[in-house]
Design a protein around this ligand. Structure first.
Ligand code: GLY
Length: 396
């Protein structure tokens, strides 16, 4: 899908964030993180807030915990922004829990090892050179490749590895495979990269529909490995485009490009990003499924908006200056951020320990609707870091 003329018109004259706007949004975010860093030390904000307040959880306490890494990642981002020792101290302290968790295989039988360990182990190794963190990250990568299925060539997202009804990948895994690319870089062992490449190539073949919208999950035949069908888990319907899934594509394909330099990922990025931008409502912050727009009475998902911004900012460095869409993408990233900063941060709420309001965890599961969620906060902060620090080295 191309960018629609209306999308081009909408973003071609966007006024980008000023230095003052960037600084004040960053300052506001850090003021919340500062308070949280004194509370969430051995505990972590849960996936979603309740009435805009995050309760705490332990690392690996919940069977479905894939989200504690976002808080540790926010501490590393905050440390890089400010060099305040408190953030680093807490993040380093938390490494013990990640080490214990991967060594004892506590609630790690799913594919979300990237979300957990890129933002803790890889981040710590990247920022400080820690050997302990590096070993923890490699152990997580070793565990993740155990979910690779030769038949179909993909990493199985969820469920028992012998369950034929769980034989599927999901688009979210675009964000888990960077852990494998990283593991090859730091060990020299090509196995991680081979599996990552096979998975992302398979995902590239099956998740995009003809119109560049994406399936959330995709099933394969366990006997032959043949692709079977796309099914949603968190979207509105099997043929709609779950906003966060689309955003995992907008960020995941640039990350695949960053490691492989395969131009196919630029084409894929453009397709999924064009679809995402073409579907934005008036104020540029998407609804939780892209089938919805203004007047639908549905909730937004600010986390999907923040993820997409990070994807656009990552890809910007690889697009040629002569690319006619490059400036439109960057303008769109600024317009989305401006809207998030002006309308969706918690600054006007009396009580909240989150950064971004109005995210949706899973509408079909009636979970975390119109609440802060911790990955929305993480990606919002990552976007601010990327906008403030040109040469920031990613944790993914
Ligand atoms: N990766 C799960 C989600 O986006 O909700």
């Amino acid at each position: 899908m191309e960018l629609l003329q209306t999308t081009i018109e909408k973003f071609k004259n966007t006024i980008r964030l000023t230095d003052e706007e960037k600084l004040s949004a960053t300052h506001e975010a850090l003021s919340k993180i500062d308070i949280n860093s004194k509370i969430f030390i051995d505990t972590y904000p849960r996936a979603a807030s309740i009435n805009n307040i995050y309760p705490g959880t332990k690392n690996g306490e919940d069977w479905d915990d894939w989200t504690v890494g976002f808080w540790t990642g926010m501490l590393w981002l905050s440390y890089e922004l400010t060099r305040k020792p408190q953030y680093r101290k807490v993040a380093e302290f938390q490494m013990r829990a990640y080490k214990y968790r991967i060594e004892n295989k506590i609630h790690v039988n799913h594919h979300d090892l990237g979300f957990l360990f890129s933002l803790s182990a890889v981040a710590q190794h990247t920022v400080t050179g820690s050997e302990v963190a590096k070993e923890v990250g490699i152990k997580a990568a070793d565990h993740l490749i155990g979910r690779f299925k030769e038949k179909g060539e993909f990493i199985q997202a969820w469920g028992d590895l012998n369950d034929p009804n769980a034989y599927r990948l999901i688009i979210d895994c675009n964000m888990n495979v960077p852990l494998l690319f990283w593991a090859t870089e730091v060990t020299g062992n090509p196995i991680y990269r081979e599996i990552a490449t096979k998975h992302i190539n398979t995902a590239a073949k099956v998740v995009l529909r003809e119109d560049s919208s994406t399936h959330h999950t995709y099933y394969f035949d366990p006997a032959t490995g043949n692709p079977l069908k796309g099914v949603t888990a968190q979207g509105f319907s099997d043929d709609s485009a779950w906003a966060r899934g689309q955003a995992w594509g907008v960020y995941g394909f640039p990350l695949a490009y960053s490691y492989t330099k395969d131009p196919k990922f630029i084409t894929l990025y453009k397709k999924v990003t064009n679809y995402f931008l073409n579907k934005l409502p008036q104020d540029n912050v998407c609804y939780w499924d892209l089938v919805f727009s203004d007047g639908s009475n549905q909730e937004r998902d600010t986390s999907a908006a923040a993820i997409a911004v990070c994807g656009i900012l990552e890809m910007d460095q690889y697009l040629e200056d002569s690319d006619p869409d490059k400036a439109i993408y960057m303008n769109a990233a600024h317009a989305i951020m401006k809207s998030l900063i002006e309308k969706y941060t918690t600054k006007d709420l009396d009580h909240s320990n989150g950064l971004l309001t109005q995210a949706v965890y899973s509408k079909p599961h009636n979970s975390g609707i119109n609440e802060c969620n911790i990955w929305g906060d993480y990606y919002f902060l990552e976007a601010l870091v990327r906008i403030n620090k040109k040469n920031w080295k990613k944790y993914w």
